[in-house]
Design a protein around this ligand. Sequence first.
Ligand code: ADP
Ligand code: MG
Ligand code: ZN
Length: 478
Amino acid sequence: MAREDYEVVIGLEVHAELSTKTKIFCSCPTSFGAAPNTHVCPICTAMPGTLPVLNEKVVEYAVRAGLATECTISQDSKNDRKNYFYPDLPKAYQISQYDKPLCEHGKIEIEPRAGRKTIGITRIHIEEDAGKLNHDEFGRGSLVDLNRAGVPLIEIVSEPDLRSSEEVDLYLKKLKSILEYIEVSDCKMQEGSLRADVNVSIRKKGATEFGTRTEMKNMNSFRSITRAIEYEIDRQVDVVDNGGTIEQETLRWDEVSGKTFSMRDKEDAQDYRYFPDPDLVAIKLSDEYIENIKKSLPELPESRKQRYLTEYKLSEKDANIITSSKYLSDLFEEASKICNNPKAVNNWIISDISRILNETEMDPVEIPFDSKQLAKLVQLIDKGTISSSIAKKVLVEMFEHPRDPEDIIDEKGWVQISDEGAIKEVVIKVLENNPQSVQDYKAGKEKALGYLVGQAMKETRGKANPQMLNQMFKEELK
Ligand code: ADP
Ligand code: MG
Ligand code: ZN
């Protein structure tokens, strides 16, 4: 049978590091990138006799995430110990939530090509992150860094509702944008703030039971998730087609070879010997507490999108792109307000800026310029200080060596030539050098004018004011 004879079933477990200032059970800072083992204390290094105290912000952030994904918030929840041994886990158990998660039964809407679809959220629970092993590249050993131990996480578990890598990509992007909007996680995938365990299975089309799943752990790039899913589907189809069976196991995706490798057999809940953490009290939330968090939620991507359609008359497609990221969306609104030209700001974002982000695999939050600088760029074109073709070069500079657009054009000498005398000089020269086009134009070939303007642009390295050129040519050709 071929791949088309199978249906793909995927469910995701997404871990997001919460952007609280301090860790989940102690007051060590959570910030990324510090020297190894400098953000540690007796609690997060699991010294005997220490006791955890739950950071209230963690509960608040998890409830925000739950409300933003339309979950039911549990008013009676607790922390459990998940026991396993690994060198990056000093307590030899992780404090997580087992049978009473904070949030349940939510949903996220996605818009695949085939039409809108709802993906169920099974649960969102809080837990602590583990430390990190730094492997010696010469294979002499591994060093443990516990800065990350105790950084708060939420785990967002989806229902097995996803049916393709396209849907997974859209779901993850939507989830990421929601978490960014409600400001509970910076979602920096390269720093591991957002990572997904991807569960994949296949079944014959029309079958009612799910097939056995494999799980690819800790994926943190959209591109590798798509590649890994595609590879894993093909692998499973191959196994089943050849009369084999899929083993439930944990896989590791290798980006270089483009293959998945078996890491270990899947462990069951009983292997973890979950039990309630006796050092922590139950988490009881009042109606009022939940209500207050609900009231504090900002406008979410879906509603912003609707507003952009009416308020700014953006197309559905553009509004989708811009609202997909809170950062882009804020950039759009702020820059539009400053330069009063939302149409131009929209065009910059969906064309040149998006292209550069794609090419460099940069996340919008890493854009090195702000809304004032983008607005300035638009104003410089509107005022005729630079042409739009020069502006494209200015934008590239703003990405590569961030500074004010005015400084860039000053330094580079890119100010548009709008001096009549100078323009006339170029026009005369171009007319002299292109008698054929002059003849063509006079014979009624409008297109020849475009060619002449193009030549003048070349002559001035893109700096001549195009409107003035056009007018001047027309006059001279009369
Ligand atoms: P565990 O923590 O043991 O991996 P969970 O039940 O917490 O188990 O998470 C399982 C994840 O796998 C969920 O996202 C769920 O949607 C998904 N899943 C469950 N069964 C299948 C299946 N047959 N095929 C694909 N995904 C599945
Ligand atoms: Mg899992
Ligand atoms: Zn600590």
